[in-house]
Design a protein around this ligand. Structure first.
Ligand code: AHR
Length: 325
């Protein structure tokens, strides 16, 4: 049976350590040597992603883990190659932030055959055999989308036309944040998503798609009341597009997004973004807790859900100073 635990953001940020400074694994002679872990990261598409990379790198350094880092430059095939290289190098454990959900079965089978545990961080995978990975540490993306939708319904009094900037096609947060948001809107028949397109989780993509949405709305009967962006970087790109179109983001068009990065807080304080649902990227401590535990033969939960909060303009100013990313 699946065991799930909840970790509050504060515990994650502070580091829920099972052991102290040095992570060790047993060598073939029974002696102890520092752990070597491979980390395959998607890329650097957003401020969130950079914060996650930094959290994993700094936690590895803090614990004396020898970390092999690979930046896939947004390509799943590069991630698969990186995992192949980690397996060939016989690392003790692999940490994987998978770009998309599908297509991981064969490489994860190779890792399992080599007895290398795989810790998934941030995004999940679609595999028929869940024993192919050890654990997943991630936010509940459906809940994030739902929170954004409920907040927006309240803000718009249950009536309005919404454009949606989706994340990377096939990625767990894009699929689930859409699902959660639509779920929330089901209770509000007068709230409609009139356009929806991927901006690939980056600022340039969000700006470009929003420009196209604004252009299409000119001269049409459907005015855009709100933008729902699957992450802050796309929302900040949309804010720029709205301003360049001569409109006021945050008042002419309501902007709601997900991540809770510093840039979003600054935009909320400036009145240009209305709400951001937090998605905590500080996954390093929990990831290495899992690595250490599994290498020590201790049980680890199949899934750890990171708990997130919602921030809107009413609390942004008071919270900005304490934001860690
Ligand atoms: O998987 C988490 C998402 O990926 C974050 O919301 C986004 O900013 C990132 O690129």
């Amino acid at each position: 049976m699946r065991r799930e635990i909840l970790i509050v953001a504060g515990i994650l940020a502070g580091g829920l350590c099972l052991t102290t400074n040095h992570c060790l694994s047993a060598d073939s002679t029974g002696g102890k040597k520092p752990i070597t872990a491979g980390f395959s990261q998607i890329g650097a598409e957003s401020a969130w992603r950079t914060a996650e990379t930094e959290s994993i790198r700094s936690e590895a350094a803090r614990r004396g883990v020898n970390l092999k880092f690979s930046d896939a430059q947004q390509k799943q095939e590069n991630q698969i190659k990186a995992l192949g290289a980690f397996i060939a190098q016989r690392v003790d454990a692999i940490i994987l932030a998978p770009k998309v959900e599908d297509g991981w079965g064969p490489i994860l089978k190779q890792a399992k055959a080599a007895r290398i545990p795989v810790v998934l961080v941030d995004r999940g995978v679609n595999v028929s055999d869940e024993s192919l990975y050890t654990t997943l540490i991630a936010s509940d993306f459906v809940a994030e989308g739902r929170m954004a939708g409920q907040w927006l319904a309240k803000k718009l009094d249950g009536k309005g036309s919404i454009v949606e900037l989706q994340g990377t096609t096939g990625a767990a947060p894009a699929i689930d944040r859409k699902k959660g948001f639509e779920e929330a809107l089901r209770n509000y028949p007068d709230m409609k998503i009139t356009k929806s397109q991927s901006g690939d989780f980056n600022r340039a993509g969000g700006k470009q798609v929003m420009e196209a949405f604004l252009k299409a709305s000119q001269g049409s009967d459907t005015k855009i009341d709100a933008v729902y962006a699957h992450n802050d970087d796309m929302a900040l790109g949309a804010v720029q597009a709205i301003e360049e179109a001569g409109l006021k983001p945050g008042s002419d068009i309501v902007v709601v997004s997900i991540d809770g990065v510093k840039g979003a807080f600054e935009a909320m304080v400036a009145g240009k973004l209305n709400c951001s649902v937090e998605c905590n990227p500080l996954l390093g401590p929990a990831a290495f807790d899992a690595v250490e535990a599994v290498l020590a033969g201790k049980p680890v939960p199949k899934k750890t859900i990171v708990k997130d909060r919602l921030f809107d303009q009413s609390i942004a100013k008071d919270s900005i100073a304490t934001r860690q990313y």
